[in-house]
Design a protein around this ligand. Structure first.
Ligand code: PLP
Length: 378
């Protein structure tokens, strides 16, 4: 297919660069989503979403929602807490903070286990919190904190949750279909993602992937939202095979194409490509003397949070604009009291795109009067 759409390299944490075939998959004849032709897309799409994380379709299911990724955080937190139970949230970054904000907004009881944002959380502290709180319904942790790039010990915390009779929910939005995840080995009862991230689709479609038996049991949990209730959406899917309310039609066609491309590239092939991209990101960081917030040993390998150089000429906006005008998007950090920007290895890009990016970035430094290699005062 000959491209007529400009190819931009997005180094922000999603939406990410897509292939032309995914872009063009949205160009379809107008269709009412209640037609069988459209509805018949749903069952294989849901099964394939479960297959990405190696779930058996009789044990796990995918429930789709029309919204950005945060809708899944909202859905799982409000729908899966039984009366008399408390949530336990490991809070070590901006996305787990968002979970705390959602629970607060619903007025739900929760225990917050605060941990450092730049290092692996202490399993002992999490276990003590579980011991001290006998009525935990679920433990919640972000798989990969996209704000800092920290990879969390999901498997270990999932095992702890199960040891204390709670089920385990992880926000895998920035890990799903990016790095290998196995629901069984990683002790995951519920995870989630959004089409604009790992599968390299369009924004507007998000999904919760979770255990059918727990979703069935949640039928009797208090209903706290009408639009964002997991059981109600699941039940509608089971009865009719369709989303309860208008689906994001064109986004679903794009997601179908993106998933086909995912399986074609393969879990390992895709993960290797993202690692190649990150290796190229790190090579540029080292060459220009930039520093990162986190030790590489605790990073996911999908996001680098780069500290602003201590140069009076450094101006993130100017550097951003220079790169943006040349087709490269960099993104501000999400770390309080610390000037950082992020370079993410998501999307349909490869090492060569990153090499081209660093050339432009270096030109931007020179054009704005920042010394190369960059300097830090300590
Ligand atoms: C992107 C992301 C989300 C969803 O963010 P939206 O802006 O609502 O799409 C949720 N959790 C994590 C960890 C993410 O990276």
């Amino acid at each position: 297919m000959s491209s007529t759409v400009q190819r931009n390299i997005l180094l922000n944490p999603g939406p990410s660069t897509t292939t032309d075939s995914v872009k063009y998959a949205q160009i379809v004849p107008d269709i009412c989503p209640r037609e069988k032709e459209f509805a018949s897309l749903m069952a294989p799409l849901r099964e394939d979403l479960v297959r990405v994380v190696h779930g058996k379709p009789e044990e796990y299911t995918a429930v789709l929602f029309c919204g950005s990724g945060t809708i899944c955080i909202d859905v799982v937190l409000n729908s899966l807490l039984d009366e008399g139970k408390k949530a336990l949230v490991v809070n070590n970054g901006s996305y787990s903070q968002r979970a705390c904000d959602v629970l607060t907004a619903y007025g739900l009881p929760f225990v917050e286990v605060k941990q450092p944002i730049d290092d692996v959380p202490d399993l002992h502290v999490i276990e003590e919190a579980l011991k001290d709180t006998p009525d935990v319904g679920y433990v919640y942790m972000t798989f990969h904190e996209t704000g800092s790039g920290l990879l969390n010990p999901v498997r270990e915390v999932g095992a702890l949750a199960h040891k204390y009779g709670a089920f385990f929910i992880t926000d895998s939005t920035s890990a799903y279909a990016l790095m290998p995840i196995n629901l069984y080995e990683d002790n995951i009862d519920f995870c989630m993602a959004s089409a604009q991230k790992g599968i390299q689709g369009m924004s507007g479609l998000s999904y919760v992937i979770g255990r059918r038996d727990i979703i069935e049991a949640s039928k009797n949990f208090p209903v706290r939202s009408y639009y964002c209730n997991l059981y109600m959406q699941y039940e509608f899917f089971e009865k009719t095979g369709e989303m309860h309310f208008t689906p994001p039609v064109q986004t679903i066609y794009a997601a179908r194409q993106a998933l086909d491309e995912y399986f074609e590239e393969g879990e390992q092939g895709k993960w290797q490509r993202h690692q190649r991209v990150m290796a190229a990101i790190r090579a540029g960081i080292d060459r220009l003397g930039l520093k990162e917030m986190l030790d590489r040993r605790v990073q996911s390998g999908l996001v680098a949070a780069v500290i602003y150089p201590d140069d009076p000429a450094w101006d993130f906006e100017k550097i951003h604009d220079y790169c943006y005008e040349r087709g490269f998007t960099i993104y501000p950090g999400k770390i309080d009291n610390k000037g950082t920007f992020r370079l993410c290895a998501l999307g349909a890009i490869d090492a060569e795109d990153i090499n081209n990016f660093w050339e432009v970035f270096e030109q931007a430094l020179i054009a704005t009067g920042v010394a190369v290699p960059v300097t830090y005062t300590n």
